[in-house]
Design a protein around this ligand. Structure first.
Ligand SMILES: [Zn+2]
Length: 1044
C-alpha cells in the first residue's frame, strides 16, 4: 500500500458532516484504527429493536435511503457536489449510484443476461478432430527435468474451431460401442492405437489373471502374448478414405478412426479380460473392509473406496496421509530405475469415518509441545527414551534431547515410559497439541476466525437472482458455522461487504436498530472504514443481519452497473480481517471479468483455440501477477479466499483463481447461473463450504528422517521458503502432494520416519498443532517396492504434478513423459521382478495392474486435455479442482462412477444402497438401462429408449422415455418406492462429494449424449483419444521398446 497525504475517500456519506477523524490524512502502511470513523448511529437508531421489529423497510424513517444513512442515492437524487480538495475521490464515479437512469444496458456477450438455451457448464460443440495421443509418442526421457520439446507435429496439435451446426447433426445409429463407427480414419490416428487394437483382437486374450490382493505377495497380472510382427505393420494412411475432408458433415456420433478395422474384426475383444477397476474395488472391499489397525510400519492401507474403520495404533490413518509406496528403495539409483514416483498425499484435516475418533488434544500448558532440540520434530511414538527417561533420542535426526522436568517419567523394564498409554503423543499416529503463545501471531492468542461474505451486486448478479437468493438464505447459511468438538455453539463471526465499482461495508452491530452502510469509493487504496460492528456473531446481530439481508437486494435492484471490480473488494475483506485482528475466510460471489478501471483490472484474452496446443499455457497462466501478489498478501494476514463465480462469459479463472490457489481456497463455478435452476446447488455448496472441518491461518511442514527430504509441493498453498506450506486455510476436502527425494543412502532396517505438523487456528480460536506420523519400510529389492505401491496415490500425485508442469511446458511433452514414465515403471518390473516369459506377454505387477487404465484416464481428463470443446475457464477450473482433490475424489474424477439404476431392488424396509458401479464403458450399458454417471463435478442420468415403462412411470411420472422432460434438473417427488429409492441414491451420491452436482438428464440418442459419452472413459473418445484397449496396447509397445 502506498503512502500518501491523500485525504481518505468519502465514506459515501453525502450530506453528512465529516466524522471526527474521517478526513484526517491517512498514514502510510497499515491502517490504524481511526477513532470515530464508524458511523454514529442515527438518532433513534441505537434503540434496541422492539419485540417483533425485525427490520425496518427502506421506507421507514429508521433507514431512509437518503444522505446520512450511507445508502446510495436513489435515481434522480442529486449527488452533493464533492469537495474540490485534492485527493478526494470524485463523487461522481460511475458506480456510486447503483441505478443511474440512462446508463446503457449491458453489451451483449460480456455482461448479457443469461441466454436461454445455452447449455450450462459444458459446451462441447463438436468432436475435435485431433488425437491428443495421436500415434505413438516418440521416445523421451522420463519425466523430471525434461526440457520442453519442440512441438513434434504441430499440425496435429491444432484443434479446429467448432463448425456451425455441428451439434444439430442427425441422430446416430444404435448404441453399440464401436460397431457403428463409420467415419473414415484420420491420418494422425491411423498408425497408433487402432493398429494395436486390431492386434489385440487377434491376441486371443486369455484370463485368468491373478486376483490376489492385499499388500503381501501379489502375483503379477499376466496378459497374453502379443505377437511382434503385428506392431510393425503400421500403415499410415488407408487409401480410399478421404481424410479430414468431410468435417462439415456433422456426423459426430461416429468414432473417427476405427471403422475399417472393426469391420475386419474376426472376434470382438472382450474388455472383461482386461484388468477391471470394478473387480479390484470389489476384491479389496471383500478382503480389506472392517477394521484397519495401523500397527506396523509400511502397511499398505485399503483402497479409498473400501469401507474400513481405522484403529490408530501408532501410525497415522490413511485418511490423513498416504504414500505412493510403503517400501522405499534404499538408494536413489534403485529408485530412479523403477521410475515409480515417491510422493506423499496429505489431507491433514480429513474427516474421520463413522466409528473413528478425532485426534485427541494434548495440552502441556505453559511448557508447550516437547520437541527435538535439533530438528524440532514433535514428541511422537518414535522418540526413544534413554538415560532412565531423562533424555530422548529423535529418530528423525538422531539427536538426543533433555526431557523437561515437567515431562519426566520413569521407564519400565522394556525401556518404555510407564505413562505411555495415558499419553496420546506416545502411542498414536495422529493427535494435536495445544499451542502456546510462541506459536501465535504477535505472540498473542488468536480470536475466533471470521467469515466475510463479499457479494458482487452488479447487474449480472442482480439479474440472475443471485443476490436475492443469497440474502434470503443467509439466515440459514450462517446457522451452519462450524464448531469445535465439545463446543456448544460457534463463536465465529461474520461480516458483509458488497461491491460493484465501489465497495460497501456494513455495520451490523447487535445494538443498532438498523444496519448501516459505509461506501469506500476510492478503490485505488482500499481501507477499512469501520472498526466496531463489522464482524459480529450471527446470534448477537441476528435482527440487524436479517434487516440487512432484506435491504441489499432492494438497494441494488435497479442497478445497471456492468463493469465491476474484483481485487479491491478482496482487499477490502482482507483489510477488514486485519483491522479486526482476525484471521478467516472470504466467500466472494463474483460475476464477470473485472474490467472496471481499478487495481486488478483484466483484459479479455479468450483465445480458446489455443487450448490443446503448445501455446495453451499462455492462456492458462495468469495474465499478470496482481492476483498472485494479492494471494500472498492475503496469506500474510491469514485470509483465505473462496471464489464463487457466476460468469456468463470469459472471467479468466487462470488469473483471478490465483488468489484462491495461494490462500488454500477453492473456486466454484456456476456458468449461466439462474437462481431458480441452480439455487439449491449454490446454497448447498455454501453451507457445505462453511460447515466443513477447516484449519485457519496454518503452516504445514513435513519432516522426514535423514536420507530423504521433501522437495516439491503441489496443491493450493503458498511456499514462503523451501519447506513451509503456508495455508490461510485448509479444509477436509483438500489434499497436498509432496514429492520426496533421496539425498543419501538409506539403512535397510530402519525405515523412513515422516512427521507432518500442521499449526493452525481452530474454528473456536484455539491455536493448535496437528501431528501426523507415518513410517515406511525400506528395501533393497525392487520386488518389495512393487508389492507395496498405492496406485491411487500415484495417480493423485501424477495428476497434481502434471497440472503444475503443464503450465510451464508443452502439454504433449508432459503427457508423453507420463506415458514414458509409466512404461518405465512396468518395464522395470517385467525386467527385474517377473519370471521369464515370452516377449509378447504383458505382465503387470498386481498393485499396478490398473496403471495403464488410470494413466489413460488422467491423460484424457479435461484437466490435462480439455481442448476447444470446453472453455478456457472450464479448463482452468478443472485444473484447479485436480490440484486440490483428495485421493478419493481424484479416483472418482478420473474414473467416473457409472451406476445402473434400473436394477435397484426395493424391499420396503431395506436401507437403500447405491448400486455397485459398473465399468465406465458403453459396452456395459443397454438400451433398457437407466444409469447415473458422476465424477464429482458432473452428474448425468442417462435414460435408455428401451427402459422399462413401469420404471419410467414411477420415477418420472410419464409413460415412456421419450416423454420425459430432459430439461428438468430434479426428479419429480412421486409417492412410490422406486421414485423414493432413485432420489435417495442421488442424494447419497451428492452427499459423498463436496460439490453439489447438478443432475443433467440425457436421453439415449439425443445431442447431450455426446457430452455424456465423453465421460465413458474406457471408450475411445470422440476426439480420437484412445480407449482402454488402445492404450493398454500402446503401453505394451512402449514397454517392449524399453526392454528391447
Ligand atoms: Zn530431531
Amino acid at each position: 500500500m502506498s503512502s500518501s497525504n491523500q485525504l481518505p475517500p468519502s465514506m459515501g456519506n453525502p450530506g453528512m458532516p465529516p466524522m471526527p477523524g474521517q478526513y484526517m490524512p491517512r498514514p502510510a502502511g497499515n491502517m490504524p484504527p481511526m477513532p470515530g470513523q464508524n458511523m454514529p448511529p442515527q438518532p433513534g437508531h441505537n434503540m434496541p429493536p422492539q419485540p417483533g421489529q425485525n427490520m425496518p423497510p427502506m421506507s421507514q424513517p429508521q433507514m431512509p435511503p437518503m444522505a446520512g444513512s450511507g445508502m446510495p442515492p436513489l435515481p434522480g437524487q442529486n449527488m452533493p457536489p464533492h469537495s474540490a480538495q485534492s485527493g478526494m475521490p470524485p463523487m461522481s464515479q460511475p458506480g456510486m449510484m447503483p441505478p443511474l437512469p440512462g446508463q446503457p444496458m449491458p453489451p451483449p456477450g460480456q455482461n448479457a443476461p443469461p441466454q436461454q438455451g445455452m447449455p450450462p457448464q459444458m459446451g462441447r460443440n463438436m468432436p475435435p478432430m485431433q488425437s491428443p495421443m495421436g500415434g505413438m509418442p516418440p521416445m523421451q526421457p522420463p519425466m523430471g527435468g525434461m526440457p520442453p520439446m519442440p512441438a513434434q507435429n504441430p499440425s496435429l496439435m491444432q484443434k479446429r474451431p467448432p463448425m456451425p451446426g455441428q451439434m444439430q447433426g442427425q441422430m446416430p445409429g444404435h448404441m453399440g460401442g464401436y460397431n457403428n463407427m463409420n467415419q473414415p480414419p484420420m491420418p494422425a490416428q491411423q498408425g497408433g492405437f487402432n493398429q494395436m487394437n486390431n492386434q489385440m483382437q487377434n491376441m486371443n486374450i486369455s484370463g485368468p489373471y491373478d486376483q490376489k490382493t492385499m499388500n503381501g505377495d501379489n502375483g503379477p497380472h499376466m496378459m497374453p502374448p502379443l505377437s511382434q510382427q503385428q506392431y510393425l505393420n503400421g500403415q499410415q494412411n488407408r487409401p480410399g478414405y478421404p481424410p479430414m475432408t468431410n468435417q462439415g458433415m456433422p456426423n459426430q456420433y461416429s468414432q473417427p478412426a476405427y471403422a475399417a478395422q472393426q469391420q475386419q474384426q474376426q472376434k470382438r475383444l472382450n474388455p472383461d479380460q482386461m484388468p477391471s477397476p470394478i473387480q479390484v474395488i470389489q476384491d479389496d472391499q471383500t478382503s480389506r473392509s472392517g477394521v484397519f489397525y495401523s500397527n506396523q510400519k509400511g502397511l499398505v492401507p485399503p483402497l479409498v473406496s473400501t469401507k474400513f474403520v481405522v484403529q490408530d495404533q501408532g501410525y497415522a490413518s490413511p485418511r490423513y496421509i498416504r504414500s505412493t509406496m510403503y517400501n522405499v528403495p534404499i538408494t536413489n539409483d534403485l529408485m530412479k530405475q523403477t521410475a515409480v514416483p515417491f510422493g506423499l498425499v496429505i489431507s491433514p484435516m480429513a474427516r474421520v469415518a463413522e466409528g473413528e475418533v478425532t485426534p485427541p488434544i494434548v495440552n502441556f500448558g505453559e511448557l508447550g509441545p516437547v520437541r527435538c532440540v535439533r530438528c524440532k520434530a514433535y514428541m511422537c511414538p518414535y522418540m526413544q527414551f534413554i538415560d532412565s527417561g531423562r533424555r530422548f533420542q529423535c529418530l528423525f535426526c538422531k539427536a538426543s534431547t533433555d526431557v523437561p522436568a515437567e515431562y519426566f517419567q520413569h521407564l519400565d523394564h522394556t525401556g518404555q515410559r510407564m505413562d505411555r498409554y495415558d499419553r496420546p503423543e506416545l502411542v498414536l499416529g495422529t493427535y494435536e497439541f495445544t499451542a502456546t503463545k510462541d506459536y501465535c501471531r504477535n505472540n498473542t492468542f488468536p480470536k475466533p476466525p471470521a467469515i466475510i461474505f463479499v457479494i458482487d451486486v452488479s447487474y449480472n448478479n442482480i439479474k440472475s437472482g443471485l443476490v436475492s437468493l443469497i440474502c434470503s438464505q443467509m439466515k440459514d447459511i450462517i446457522k451452519n458455522l462450524p464448531i469445535d468438538e465439545g463446543q456448544q455453539k460457534s463463536n465465529m463471526k461474520v461480516g458483509f461487504i458488497t461491491y460493484n465499482s465501489s465497495v460497501h461495508f456494513y455495520n451490523i452491530k447487535g445494538n443498532l436498530a438498523a444496519p448501516q452502510m459505509l461506501v469506500v469509493g476510492d478503490i485505488q487504496e482500499m481501507f477499512m472504514p469501520l472498526l466496531d460492528g463489522f464482524l459480529c456473531t450471527p446470534e448477537e446481530s441476528e435482527a440487524v443481519i436479517d434487516a440487512l439481508m432484506e435491504q441489499i437486494p432492494q438497494m441494488f435492484a435497479d442497478t445497471r452497473e456492468c463493469e465491476t471490480i474484483l481485487l479491491p473488494a478482496i482487499v477490502a475483506g482482507m483489510e477488514a480481517l486485519k483491522a479486526s485482528d482476525c484471521t478467516g475466510k472470504l466467500l466472494v460471489f463474483h460475476s464477470s471479468l473485472p474490467i472496471a478501471e481499478a487495481p486488478g483490472k483484466l483484459k479479455a484474452r479468450d483465445d480458446r483455440k489455443l487450448l490443446g496446443t503448445d501455446k495453451e499455457r499462455t492462456i492458462l497462466t495468469p495474465q499478470n501477477q496482481t492476483y498472485n501478489q494479492l494471494g500472498q498478501d492475503c496469506v500474510g494476514v491469514g485470509c483465505a479466499v473462496d471464489l464463487f463465480l457466476f460468469n456468463n462469459a470469459y472471467i479468466d479463472i487462470a488469473t483471478i483463481g490465483q488468489v484462491s490457489r495461494l490462500t488454500g481456497g477453492e473456486v466454484y463455478k456456476y456458468t449461466y447461473f439462474q437462481a431458480d435452476l441452480d439455487g439449491e446447488r449454490l446454497i448447498h455448496d455454501i453451507v457445505t463450504n462453511i460447515n466443513r472441518p477447516i484449519a485457519f491461518d496454518s503452516i504445514m511442514r513435513v519432516r522426514t528422517s535423514t536420507g530423504v527430504r521433501p522437495t516439491d509441493f503441489y496443491g493450493h498453498c503458498f511456499m514462503s521458503n523451501t519447506t513451509d506450506m503456508e495455508l490461510a486455510a485448509i479444509d477436509c476436502d483438500k489434499a497436498i502432494a509432496v514429492e520426496v527425494k533421496h539425498d543419501d543412502k538409506l539403512q535397510e532396517e530402519e525405515g523412513i520416519y515422516i512427521q507432518v505438523a500442521l499449526l493452525y487456528t481452530s474454528v473456536s480460536g484455539q491455536r493448535r498443532l496437528r501431528i501426523i506420523n507415518q513410517v515406511l519400510k525400506t528395501c533393497s529389492q525392487m520386488a518389495d517396492l512393487y508389492r507395496s505401491c498405492d496406485l491411487e496415490t500415484i495417480i493423485n500425485f501424477f495428476s497434481k504434478q502434471s497440472v503444475y508442469k503443464i503450465l510451464d511446458n508443452n502439454p504433449k511433452t508432459v503427457k508423453d513423459a507420463i506415458v514414458q514414465r509409466s512404461a518405465q515403471m512396468l518395464a522395470n518390473y517385467r525386467k527385474n521382478c517377473a519370471s521369464p516369459s515370452s516377449a509378447g506377454q504383458l505382465i503387470l505387477p498386481e498393485c499396478m495392474k490398473l496403471l495403464p487404465l488410470y494413466v489413460n484416464c488422467l491423460l484424457k481428463s479435461d484437466a490435462l486435455s480439455g481442448g476447444t470443446d470446453i472453455t478456457i475457464d472450464d479448463r482452468s477450473f478443472c485444473m484447479m479442482a485436480v490440484m486440490t482433490m483428495d485421493i478419493d475424489n481424484s479416483v472418482n474424477y478420473f474414473y467416473p462412477r457409472l451406476i445402473p439404476l434400473n436394477e435397484i431392488s426395493i424391499n420396503g424396509s431395506d436401507v437403500i444402497q447405491i448400486p455397485m458401479q459398473i465399468r465406465c464403458t458403453i459396452e456395459k450399458m443397454t438400451d433398457q438401462g437407466v444409469y447415473i454417471l458422476e465424477n464429482g463435478i458432473y452428474m448425468f442420468l442417462w435414460i435408455g429408449l428401451g427402459a422399462n415403462q413401469d420404471f419410467i412411470q414411477q420415477v418420472f411420472g410419464v409413460p415412456s422415455a421419450v416423454q420425459i422432460n430432459i430439461e428438468q434438473t430434479t426428479l419429480p417427488v412421486l409417492d412410490n418406492p422406486t421414485s423414493e429409492a432413485v432420489r435417495t441414491i442421488i442424494e447419497q451420491i451428492r452427499s459423498q462429494r463436496h460439490r453439489y452436482m447438478r443432475l443433467t438428464l440425457v436421453r439415449q440418442k439425443e445431442k447431450m449424449e455426446n457430452v455424456f459419452k465423453h465421460f465413458l472413459i474406457e471408450d475411445r473418445g470422440l476426439d480420437g483419444s484412445p480407449s482402454y484397449v488402445d492404450f493398454l496396447c500402446h503401453m505394451h509397445k512402449e514397454i517392449r521398446n524399453i526392454l528391447s
